[in-house]
Design a protein around this ligand. Sequence first.
Ligand SMILES: Nc1ncnc2c1ncn2[C@@H]1O[C@H](COP(=O)(O)OP(=O)(O)OP(=O)(O)O)[C@@H](O)[C@H]1O
Length: 701
Amino acid sequence: MNSTYLLTPIDYLKGIGPNRAKLLKEELSIYTYSDLLHFFPNRYIDRTKYYKINELQRNDAEVQIVGKITHFKTIDQGKTKRLVASFTDNTGSLELVWFKGIKWIRESLKLNTAYVIFGKINWFNGQFSMPHPDLKSLEEQKKSLSGLMQPIYPSTEKLSKRGVSNKIISKAIENLIKLSYKQFSETLPDYFLKELNLMPKAKALLYIHFPKNAELLAKAKYRLKFEELFYVQLQLILKNKIRKQKIKGYNFTKVGRFFKEFYGQHLPFTLTHAQKRVVREIRNDMGTGAQMNRLLQGDVGSGKTMVAFLSCLLALDNDFQACIMAPTEILATQHHQGLLELCAPMNIELDLLTGSTKLRDRKRIHEGLESGELKILIGTHALLEDKVVFKNLGLAIIDEQHRFGVAQRAKLWTKNQLPPHILVMTATPIPRTLAMSLYGDLDISVIDELPPGRKPITTVHHYDSNRLKVFHFLRKEIKKGRQVYIVYPLIQESEHMDYKDLMDGYESIARDFPMPEYQISVVHGQMKPADKEFEMNRFVKGETQIMVATTVIEVGVNVPNASVMVIESAERFGLSQLHQLRGRVGRGAEQSFCILITGQKLSNDSKTRLEAMTQTNDGFKLSEVDLKLRGPGDLMGTQQSGILQMKIADIVQDQDILQQARQWAKKIIEKDARLELTEHTRVKNTYLNITKNKKNWKYIS
Ligand SMILES: Nc1ncnc2c1ncn2[C@@H]1O[C@H](COP(=O)(O)OP(=O)(O)OP(=O)(O)O)[C@@H](O)[C@H]1O
């Protein structure tokens, strides 16, 4: 919509005025005519049905009747005064009642004129009445756009006391449409409308506010959702294109000794097809001359670590260093140990840097990094400290997207002349198109295949009261030589209480699993890192059979002999967290189990989550359920972007349209990246209007 008329400030619209305009701006961000037009109803009231007075039932909610007022009376009871009108059709009569605006209403309504009334009816003293009816003359109703389905706008109930009622908004939009319908210009190319059978923009705007029937409403909605999603996708695709043009990166041209030797001689297993494909994607991406910014999604246990390691070897082959940053010390330590083994036959220098690294070791690490001898550094946030200076960092791998924000990712860049390639790994997979929308600035690789031979984990749900049965089962598994995790929730606000829960739980487990037959490790957030590591190690080495822990073990911990995961108060965990925790088992050849223990009282959402967990092991499926329960907002952490604030589309519910919109956005860019063809003028103008940024256009080729 590029007509300047529609950019007129809302203050000038008939029926609005300065006070309402102020409210519209402050509360609903409606500044211009165009904003108002794009403020869409969230439901509609069916006004196609007319009642006769003698058909009314006492439990009818809202009814619409045509009739006439035959007389008025004002009833004055001291404090309260009311105006009562007798309203009749040819089948009977009822009373219309007003408590406010009496004088004005009495003067403006005429006797014996046909009116349409609409509202809730009451049954009182043997008669129906309708307080404060929505009332129009029949003539006016016939001309009104909202005569068939009446639009109801969001937030208007809240604002009606302050002067912006639904009626006012609806009337203002009706005025605007009547006045300026001819100026609603099309925003999509004609061939889109034809091939996708989309309703033209002007019509869609008319029918979204004032639909004649459900079918036209559905078409209008579809058209507007498609348009909204199309322009979001177009922005994402072009933004990515611009980034690649603008942000130069190191060009890794070689596949050299390290990669070849490891791949040929030391690879401990055959890569899955998905791992191979992803390694290829990463290799290609690091060899384009642009900076890689890639998200690697893979379900728990899908083998992301090996992909990360192979990517590091590519960096080394091109004479660059690499680093891997993990969200917790336990994880960083574990990555370090795993990679030490992989590196050992090839003499690659690698080290670990965390908050608890001793000064002496730090010094060695700093020197190694600056001289370039230290090739791979693994660590936590500590890697971001100013003192950590690489000779030539070529690749930074960030494990677990959610805990590092965009700002931190950017900070890594300042350590180099050119920004290093960035690979973000996440085990919270989400549907691909959605991921593309949420992480618009990243390219995406997906490992959608598990290594062979994995047995699906059997997941069951038990109530607290069944604990003895669960313990009995644990003893049986331990007897077979397996190890067991028992996890308690940790929610930051009530860390103290959680700690108490954990310790109470530990004591009761210690009673039921007495020494010396059973050995138990405990790990929680309030322990010193060294103690945590000690306890963890005892479990890893098989010295303890039971690990009692809070969610500190959520990500990445890898003990293949552990085959049972018990999650206490499972109703307090989110779905992705449950799935992550479950992913700690099922890593060896044994049949594994996940036991979800809850209290008796469960909310509907908790029930849905538990049911989903017992039904599937597929992280992508679970994330869809999660998204539907929570909406996408929570998913993003610091990635939250304006893209989610959409007017009509919903990226979770409207995934089919989203996918279609993305395909068409891709198609148009492939055909005409700079949108120079005449048939794309509208798209270019709309795009520039939305982004208000012509500067970057030069980067598109
Ligand atoms: N292609 C493969 N064939 C056999 N085993 C594999 C393969 N790839 C990885 N593995 C093994 O599978 C286990 C899980 O791999 P890894 O820890 O890399 O998973 P992940 O994707 O990082 O999972 P998480 O998110 O849970 O940490 C490891 O023990 C690893 O050695």
